[in-house]
Design a protein around this ligand. Structure first.
Ligand code: B12
Ligand code: SF4
Length: 447
């Protein structure tokens, strides 16, 4: 079966394309299917994309979607299907947690809920054999249009049995490689869509899993031997969860590869002992999720009862280990007031001045379907009915919040922009301040 994965870019192309198709492609190839990749960049209009899809002549089209990608994918797929007669399957975070909406849209035939490797291979096998997939012939994890909600398969186990990522689908360049060593996150952050997988899989098996060191190192060693390894970006939600794993990994990685790398971590999961170990193995940058400077908001709204002092300490230890720090902040959460936003701005300023913060991202809160805060926003009437068709604008909130106006959020967003310009100017000189948008690749999206 000839499968085409279409990567739907939104406001710009991220350096790395969606990781899911990279896993799926290698799994499908190992079973004899042919896999192609097409990036629908923002500069390509629909006609050009349709022509490229038609030239590949796929027998099945796959799209991996976050909520932001859904907005463009919805129209794009409808247009593609007017010309190209191939069924379409959508998977990833958005289809998993909004399957009904995706299946109701023209052109979408299947939604994959949760992990896709085994499910998609079964779908390809069946379609290649000319068999139907529907009400009477269901496939675990796959919801066919007009069919019933599927039964979930247990999480794939062990992860070491998955073939290495099909890197031709990731758009990697200059030896900068992206690695995913774990699936699932044990923390309960209310704003996070990633953790909802754990909840989705409740009762089917333990969703939190990690590849062995040997397996991860074998993939990296292979890339090094091919001369394709200059820098590693670990995309794991929280790389530092299991200190035993991390220490063992650092030991061997430091000895065998010692290639610089970056990772995402929660301040709760690092220590003054672990950070020098990471630095010794080659870690050059850690991204932490700070999110708010208000301990009340973190505790009551985000379910992250960590103190501001912990951030100060961890930033100091990280800096002392010689590791650069980036972090992220969120503005405009339900229950937040101007005083809370001021605390976030104050903490950001303090961490820049004393904590060795190299750079940071700042995002207006957007409630992702499936998350606890999404449900709360909906229940309290903060979420407009047309939220799915509203583009997420970086300066405005899509929410109607009783405690903050759009102007309040915009004012603090601008203050963060000014702070970032100042930080750039202090470090690099005035000329460097021209483009300081809040979107920097590989900045943590959470953690
Ligand atoms: C790496 C990463 C990125 C990378 C790559 C993006 C990607 N989608 O892979 C980059 C840096 C580009 C990125 C950017 C952004 N990201 Co991001 N990112 C992640 C992160 C940390 C890991 C994703 C990953 O590698 N997963 C590993 C793979 C194996 O899992 P998977 O993607 O779920 O894929 C499996 C299944 O879902 C399924 N599947 C996936 N796709 C498909 C397709 C088909 C056809 C099928 C059948 C199955 C299938 O099978 C896969 C294998 O089993 C996740 C958090 C997380 N843990 O998921 C956030 C996450 C996906 N990102 C998120 C967000 C919000 C963003 C940004 C909007 C950030 C921002 N504020 O601007 C941007 C938008 C990107 C875009 N194009 O729209 C949210 C998405 C929430 C949502 N509902 O949309 C997440 C969940 C983070 C969070 N905590 O909430 N991100
Ligand atoms: S925000 Fe990060 S730490 Fe919190 S649940 Fe999500 S992935 Fe885990």
């Amino acid at each position: 079966m000839r499968v085409l994965f279409v990567e739907v870019d939104t406001e710009r192309s991220w350096a790395v394309a969606s990781i899911g198709p990279g896993f799926l492609a290698s799994y499908l190839r190992a079973r004899g299917h042919e896999v192609h990749f097409l990036r629908a960049t923002v500069d390509l209009d629909d006609a050009a994309i349709v022509a490229r899809v038609a030239a590949i002549a796929p027998e099945l089209i796959g799209v991996s979607l976050t909520t932001r990608q859904w907005l463009r994918a919805k129209d794009l797929i409808a247009t593609i299907r007017q010309t190209v007669d191939a069924p379409v399957i959508a998977g990833g975070l958005h289809p998993t947690f909004s399957p009904e909406e995706v299946l109701a849209a023209p052109g979408f035939d299947y939604v994959c809920m949760g992990e896709g490797e085994v499910a998609m291979a079964e779908l390809c096998d069946r379609l290649a054999a000319g068999k139907r997939v529907g009400l009477l012939t269901p496939i675990g994890n796959i919801w066919a249009k007009g069919g019933q909600k599927p039964v979930l398969r247990p999480p794939f186990e062990p992860l070491d049995d998955l073939p290495f990522l099909a890197r031709d689908l990731l758009d990697e360049h200059h030896g900068v490689v992206h690695m995913a060593t774990q699936r699932g996150c044990p923390f309960p952050c209310t704003y996070c869509a990633a953790r909802m997988y754990n909840q989705l899989y409740e009762g089917t098996g333990e969703y939190g899993r990690r590849r062995s060191h040997e397996n991860v190192l074998a993939e990296l060693t292979g890339l090094k031997d091919e001369g394709r390894l200059n820098y590693v970006i670990f995309l794991d939600d929280t790389f530092t969860i299991n200190h035993g794993w991390v220490k063992e990994f650092c030991k061997v990685y430091g000895e065998r590869l010692h290639t610089p790398f970056s990772l995402h971590a929660r301040v709760e999961t690092v220590s003054d002992r672990l950070l020098p170990t990471l630095a010794g193995a080659g870690c050059t940058m850690v991204t932490y999720g700070v999110e708010s400077g208000s301990e009340r908001i973190r505790r009551e709204v985000m379910k992250r009862p960590v103190t501001n002092q912990r951030f100060r300490d961890v930033f100091r230890w990280t800096k002392a280990s010689g590791i650069a720090i980036t972090c992220n902040f969120m503005l405009g959460l339900p229950g937040e007031t101007r005083e809370d936003l001021q605390m976030t701005l104050d903490l950001a300023e303090e961490l820049i001045d004393t904590g060795g913060l190299l750079d940071f991202g700042y995002f207006v809160f957007y409630p992702y379907p499936g998350t606890q805060l999404f449900q709360e926003c909906r229940d309290r009437g903060y979420l407009p009915d047309d939220f799915l068709t509203r583009p997420a604008n970086h300066r405005e909130s899509i929410l109607n919040l009783p405690t903050l106006t759009q102007d309040d959020i915009g004012e603090f967003y601008d203050a963060f922009t000014a702070l970032r310009r100042r930080a750039y100017a202090d470090r690099l000189g005035a000329a460097a301040t021209a483009d300081t948008t809040s979107h920097v690749d590989s900045l943590a999206l959470h953690g």
